[in-house]
Design a protein around this ligand. Structure first.
Ligand SMILES: O=P(O)(O)OC[C@H]1O[C@](O)(COP(=O)(O)O)[C@@H](O)[C@@H]1O
Ligand SMILES: [Mg+2]
Ligand SMILES: [Mg+2]
Length: 344
């Protein structure tokens, strides 16, 4: 049985897409190719993490007070170096850097785009060989070309995104990215070192039977969240419940599974952390953009994630993202209990 088929590389795919848009300059596609190069360099280290000095803590904390892992720093440096030398990017913002970085060479100041990224997502899973990832999002600048980019370029709401994506370093390495044209997945073919189209036109099912949440925090949840979890665990054969609980603890891996199988991922606000844990600009917005482009939905429990106006680079927001019907149901529970608690 021959398993080979004509491979379409990411380069070929992005060039084909550019041809469909006469006005397209190819800069966005070039930026995607730059990001894929940086992720190939990260992938090389991830694949042999136990054998090279890339496991463990770096010995510093980031602006959010989180311990940085060596692979967080390595991945951050790879992305910054590739994007700084690419002529396609005016500047970056990253989970691992306090402030944005504007590239001030003569090419970068004339680039139309800025990139935000979570260089290594799922840091708590690095040392235990569970799937981890990189998350990125691309905005067109609002600041004038010909000068370094500014903070405003990085504090745009998600509904202004041009493209967003992630790379998952798992049993295979995949790059999935979304534009307003749709969502496509590419698998790294190690023998040619190229990402090749493997999951064209990805769609997020309207409903699924997986719920993904760190239930270890449930003692801190408000009534609405507790009631929704009861709903997920309730025995109701007609409605396909109880749902299965799946939680890898890497947002990239949990969202990738739900994108393919259907499901809901929730990192709510709670009594301990009212804003939740995940960051709006380089975790929640890119996934909201990808999942919506695939037909799903994302909110902070009340508002569409993509319509939230960012005020800080590293701000956190609650997130309910995934299959449309499941997010709507979770919103019903949250709203119902918000009304009750408002009255009482
Ligand atoms: O351990 P918790 O509290 O469930 O948090 C897990 C979440 O934290 C994260 O690891 C945060 O991302 P980073 O690893 O990039 O800091 C997410 O990937 C994941 O969904
Ligand atoms: Mg992360
Ligand atoms: Mg991270």
């Amino acid at each position: 049985m021959s398993t080979s088929r004509k491979l379409i590389t990411l380069d070929e795919f992005t060039i084909q897409q550019t041809r469909e848009f006469p006005k397209a300059t190819g800069e966005l596609s070039a930026l995607l190719r730059d990001i894929s190069l940086a992720c190939k360099l990260i992938n090389k280290q991830v694949n042999k993490a136990g054998l090279v000095d890339i496991i463990g803590k770096f010995g510093a904390t980031n602006v959010q007070g989180e311990e940085q892992m060596k692979l967080d720093i390595y991945s951050d440096e790879m992305l910054i170096n590739v994007l700084r030398n690419s002529n396609d990017c005016a500047g970056i913002a990253s989970e691992e850097n306090d402030d944005f970085i504007a590239f001030d060479d003569e090419y970068s100041i004339n680039s139309k785009y800025v990139v935000l990224f979570d260089p290594l997502d799922g840091s708590s899973n690095i040392d235990v060989n569970a799937s981890i990832g990189t998350i990125f999002s691309i905005y067109r600048r609002v600041s004038p070309l010909g000068a370094p980019c500014t903070k405003e370029d990085f504090l745009q709401p998600g509904n202004k995104l041009m493209a967003a994506g992630y790379v998952i370093y798992g049993s295979s390495t995949m790059l999935v990215y979304a534009t307003r044209l749709g969502v496509n997945g590419f698998t790294l073919e190690p023998s040619i070192g190229e990402f090749c189209l493997s999951h064209p036109n990805m769609v997020c099912k309207e409903s699924g039977n997986i719920y993904s949440i760190n239930q270890g925090n449930s003692r801190h949840y408000d009534d609405g969240m507790v009631a929704y979890l009861d709903y997920c665990m309730e025995i109701n054969k007609e409605e396909g419940r109880p749902y299965s609980h799946r939680y890898i603890g890497s947002m990239v891996a949990d969202l990738h599974r739900n994108l393919i199988k259907g499901g809901i991922f929730i990192y709510p606000g709670d009594k301990k952390n009212p804003k939740g844990k995940l960051r709006l600009q380089y975790e929640c917005n890119p996934f909201a953009f990808i999942i919506e482009a695939a037909g799903g939905m994302s909110t902070d429990g009340t508002v569409r994630t993509l319509d939230i106006q960012p005020v800080e680079l590293h701000q956190r927001v609650p997130v309910y993202v995934g299959s449309k019907k499941m997010v709507e149901k979770a919103m019903e529970y949250v709203a119902k209990h918000q009304d009750v608690s408002a009255i009482s």
